[in-house]
Design a protein around this ligand. Sequence first.
Ligand code: SF4
Ligand code: SF4
Ligand code: FES
Length: 412
Amino acid sequence: MFKVAIRDPKKCMDCGSCDLILACPAGRVGDTKNCVGCGACYLACPYEAIYMVDADRVKYVSIVVNGEKFNVPDKITVLNALEFIGFKISSFPGDGDIYAPCRVGGCWSCAVIIDGSIKPSCITPVKDGMIIETNLPENYIPKRLVHGWMGHPVGGVGTPWWIKGRGYVEAAVFACGCNLRCPQCQNWTTTYCGYEISYTPREAALIMTDTRRTYNVNRMAISGGECTLNRLWLTQYIAELKKLNQDDKARFHVDTNATILTKDYIDDLIEAGMTDIGPDLKGIKVETFMNITGINDRSLAEKYLKTSWNAFKYLVDKYLGKVFIGVGIPYNKDLISLEEIAKIGEEIYKICPEVQVCVLDYRPEFRRRNISRPRFHEMVKVWEILKSTGLKTVICQTERGHIGPYEAKPRF
Ligand code: SF4
Ligand code: SF4
Ligand code: FES
């Protein structure tokens, strides 16, 4: 059964986000007549004012996929049409025929050739007579949406603690689209953005190199959304960046939820030139991970969580000393217990006592506005718990700035 989006006028706050960040294929969110049921508005609305309801498609159109003719319902996306004719769509790379993790047009992992142009299938409406090729040519140059090039004064979890808080620490850019659905997403206008220009790796690397010069920094970071979703794009982007920045001081930093970061992907990134990485470990219990990330499919959540811990372990085992590794963990009393924080600390300690651990104080944002930002003394407690596990380098983001790793007793 296909869906259309309905806007609930009682819940809609007229915030304008769906017009500003989405590339609604209907042209206007709430236009049920032209809605193709992509679901991007449903994912992006911070007030949960959009419902997806079942809706029959009465008309059919004819399309050609990989040389074969099919009749598919009208007013659906190309991705849904491909699923309708038997393609398996997956949320983990390699688990299906087409990997479609963000579903808002941000990552272009789901890109196929549509009437001769490469386009994201998840937000492209199907049309009568459309010709679709799902096999991209070998020499194909990937694209994806990235935005927000800026000088960053704090950096991310993969930024060494000793350079934080000294003016601009790196140039940063944010990749649109994410595979997670965190209700308290701090960067949701990037996570659900489908409305920006798509860039090739070379184009994005040229802008980043200019941004580095503008802010007079040596570090170049990419975060998100989730920057790893489009693997070909990210590895080419890092390689292009390295070609453009061949001095010894240049650092290439990736901040990631690490949920799809397999060993071979990590090898590819390091071969391309990545020098710094900040994987996030969003819990140790799958229930915690599901609550924090909004992933309701338990087996997918287990796979994501396992992959992120394995990625961290592999990075330490194979690349410690060659690559800077900073691990991120979340804290908010409503999302994760202090016991679980201690358990995470113990696990990280077993893998590597020296690694930088950065605790992020999760704040009310996006759809989870009913939590409070952890107070300074709560973050001190978290810091003390992690230090007591034997970890050498624990830093905590707090409402008063970062607690550093070597403070004997943080000031209250
Ligand atoms: S994003 Fe949601 S609340 Fe904001 S204008 Fe659109 S429907 Fe309304
Ligand atoms: S974003 Fe997608 S689901 Fe929402 S109104 Fe537009 S076409 Fe329909
Ligand atoms: S899944 Fe289609 S652009 Fe990300």
